[in-house]
Write a protein that binds this ligand. Structure first.
Ligand code: LLP
Length: 463
């Protein structure tokens, strides 16, 4: 197909159907620095570049679809969380957002700790040299094998999530002749303003032990009596993609209330409090995330104020950002395969990936931005839906976005802010192969997770 404008498809704001978008942007070639990784820019030919390398070269060398991760940006964000919280607090990167051995090494070098939530994440962390004492082990249903491996490795803390687990961990620690440092995860009854599936501190859900009805206090009572456990603190995680600090304020108030009750009942002041992760990032220009130093200041002030009021020494604070560190550092590069204008509706742009490399749109109705990456264009904006190649009409990558009206097969388009929960939630649906993650830095690109091959697929199929 030629690069001439398409014959159909709405172009102007006054004829647009209902959707999640506002008016078309005035300049489709402009890159909003809020949603793109730090070193992303356009070169003199208008081609998108990251870490000094243009995407045409990257596509040639690594193929599409692929995630390109700006290593300097990752390190800078990790560092800014670390510096914002200083030496009196701990930052645990939440590995579920995206984990690989390279990432573990960067975190180690930048002085962060790591939150893992499965045997697989633990194995990745340990194999890349993260010291066990800097690892926190999470999860609402850790297997006895996972617990044993974590205790044997000497992880810095296990976050207990149920009454059964209190006993299980105590038992395993005793069997191994050790005392495991633990926190208890509680649900404080906060409704975070986010998608239902990623809000986690209201009471009607599977994580944590409810503060309500005295259950959390009972969990503490039991943990304090067991020889295999050293209870070091209370944990709360209220959800994800949160912009409003008021949820953390209520959570901190309630966690500190529990610390005060524990002191009154047991004469013990627990030394740590973990407020979890969940800080939002910009997926589109409408999102306005806070900077780590603002978040650190707000959280520290809240906890200090609450502890002063309860006449408690301020405990050591920890936080667990995942998305806020890795999310903005990567984009997914796709090649356009077909362009299908539907009269009076929108134009469907099919790319060579889809819900197997980004399930978030289908799962959470997540919003993303998109840009033509292999060139600039002065063509009129056209309202598009970027869809994948899967056999599923919900296979949508970007629900509503404007792309230039001369978009054509063979063009490369890039979806920013896909560093978190995209590769880590990727699947093999339709036996589509999971894309690689390529780290780019100072003019050099290096595969950190390689592309899956058909051999990989067939190796698992042993029937
Ligand atoms: N700490 C705990 C205990 C968590 O459960 C999570 C995320 C985090 C920290 C990190 O949250 P973050 O800072 O990355 O928001 N798949 C969903 C997000 C699920 C988050 C699960 N837990 C998504 O794609 O939005």
């Amino acid at each position: 197909m030629s690069r001439s404008a398409h014959p159909a498809g709405p172009r102007h704001a006054d004829v647009l159907p209902e959707g999640h978008y506002s008016a078309p942007p005035t300049d489709l070639n402009a890159l909003d620095s809020k949603v793109w990784a730090e070193t992303v820019t356009r070169d003199t030919d208008g081609v998108l570049t990251v870490g000094g390398i243009d995407v045409k070269r990257l596509a040639e060398e690594f193929g599409t679809p692929a995630y390109f991760l700006d290593e300097d940006d990752f390190r800078a964000r990790a560092r800014s969380w670390r510096t914002a919280f200083g030496d009196d607090a701990d930052v645990f990167y939440a590995g579920k957002a995206f984990l690989s051995r390279a990432v573990v090494r960067w975190l180690h070098e930048e002085g962060l700790n790591l939150d893992v939530c499965s045997g697989g994440e633990l194995a990745t962390a340990l194999s890349a040299g993260m010291p066990a004492e800097r690892i926190a082990f999470h999860g609402n249903n850790k297997s006895t094998d996972e617990i044993r491996r974590a205790v044997e490795a000497g992880v810095g803390r296990i976050v207990l999530d149920s009454f059964q687990e209190i006993v299980r961990v105590a038992h395993i620690a005793q069997e191994l002749g050790t005392r495991q440092r633990v926190q208890i995860r509680i649900t404080v009854g906060v409704e975070a303003h986010t998608h239902e599936f990623i809000a986690t501190a209201h009471e009607d859900q599977k994580f944590g032990i409810p503060l309500a009805g005295g259950q959390a206090a009972e969990a503490v009572r039991r943990a304090l009596t067991l020889d295999g456990l050293e209870l070091i603190g209370i944990h709360s995680h209220i959800g994800s993609q949160i912009f409003d600090m008021s949820g953390f304020e209520v959570a901190a108030h309630r966690v500190v209330g529990l610390l005060r009750d524990i002191r009154d009942e047991h004469g013990v002041e627990l030394p740590e409090i973990d407020l979890g992760g969940g800080l939002g990032i910009a997926y589109t220009s409408d999102d306005d995330p806070r900077e780590p130093h603002e978040i650190a200041k707000a959280l520290t002030e809240i906890v200090t104020r609450e502890c002063d009021a309860a006449r408690l020494a301020t405990p050591r604070i920890s936080v667990e950002p995942g998305r806020a560190i890795v999310g903005p550092t990567a984009f997914t590069l796709y090649e356009v395969g077909t362009v299908k204008p539907l009269d009076g509706l929108r134009t469907y742009v099919s790319v060579d990936g889809g819900m197997s490399d980004n399930i978030r749109t289908a799962l959470y109705d997540a919003e993303y931005s998109v840009a033509l990456a292999s060139r600039v264009s002065e063509a009129e904006p056209m309202l598009c839906r970027v869809v994948g190649k899967h056999c599923e009409s919900g296979d949508i990558v970007v629900k509503d976005a404007f792309l230039p009206g001369d978009l054509a097969p063979g063009d490369l388009i890039a979806v920013p802010a896909t560093g978190a929960y995209c590769r880590s939630m990727a699947s093999n649906y339709n036996h589509v192969l999971r894309p690689p993650v390529v780290a780019v830095r100072d003019g050099e690109a290096r595969v950190i997770v390689r592309r899956e091959t058909e051999e990989d697929l067939l190796r698992l199929d042993v029937g």
